[in-house]
Ligand binder design. Structure first.
Ligand code: SAM
Length: 245
């Protein structure tokens, strides 16, 4: 997969993309990423890339031309899927990360200031993506959130696919609780079943815990989760015990 990021702060993105799991995946060639400084594509002698919005007294808006020239230089005639990180976009989900990980060529535009001139969005953008219903100062953190979410699902990033398949959101439920050494910490013991080595019992416990964790923390997710009779019995049992308390 090739990813291009157009930003006014390429160093911010590069720093993150060179670190940890994502950095190692890049080094191994699981994906390529190029961070472009939009300022390198302005024709303004003072390297300006923004101007005041028409009929507004406040804020600055990124202009079309530097963004468009940056896009053309990065795309070099290819047709990448163009994403504008925007608080007005559809909120990013695990499912969308999975879908995007199937693409081979993505161009991400990061806005700044008041955002970008609407006409360049109309001209090049295929999709607007938000990372949540709040407004940040720039699109760099949202772009990194997106890249991280997508890259960790590419083959070769994590050691096993079940590293992410078992995790929260992948199958519409949250993950079960996890424990590591020591067996007892501050008087709190690791659940006995996890020490038993009995695979079937551990699998059953994990499924129950996924249901219970989701029920307690994100009950809204259960409405669209794929649940069988045993799962429903776990929920009924939990609700019964709660009502009896
Ligand atoms: N004036 C814009 C609005 O009200 O919709 C907000 C502009 S915001 C201050 C500047 C830039 O940060 C945006 O162009 C976008 O790239 C990025 N941004 C801010 N919040 C975001 C979010 N929740 N998701 C994705 N990108 C965001």
């Amino acid at each position: 997969m090739r990813i291009d990021i157009a930003t006014l702060f390429p160093e911010m993105c590069e720093y993150y993309l060179n670190e940890s799991i994502v950095g190692r995946a890049k080094e191994k060639g699981v994906f390529e990423v190029y961070c472009h400084n939009i300022r390198d594509y302005t024709l303004d002698k003072h390297r300006r890339v923004d101007d005041t919005p028409y009929s507004e007294q406040k804020g600055m808006l990124m202009q079309c031309d530097p963004i468009f020239r940056c896009f053309e230089a990065a795309a070099q005639g290819r047709k990448p899927h163009v994403i504008y990180m925007s608080p007005q976009g559809k909120v990013l989900t695990q499912n969308r990360c999975r879908e995007l990980s199937q693409l081979s060529d993505i161009f991400i535009l990061c806005g700044h200031y008041e955002g970008v001139d609407e006409r360049v969005i109309e001209e090049i953008v295929d999709e607007e993506i938000s990372i949540g219903d709040y407004v940040l100062t720039g699109g760099e953190l949202p772009a990194l959130v997106l890249v991280d979410g997508v890259v960790r699902m590419l083959e070769g990033t994590l050691s096993y696919a079940d590293c992410y398949e078992d995790e929260s959101h992948y199958s519409g439920l949250l993950e079960y609780p996890q424990y590591t050494r020591p067996e007892v910490w501050h008087g709190r013991k690791v659940p006995e079943v996890l020490l038993s080595g009995h695979h079937a019992n551990i699998a059953r416990w994990r499924r129950e815990q996924r249901i219970l964790t989701t029920l307690k923390k994100r009950p809204d997710m259960l409405e669209s989760a794929d649940l069988d009779e045993k799962d429903m019995a776990v929920i009924d049992n939990f609700n019964k015990m709660k009502n009896e308390q």
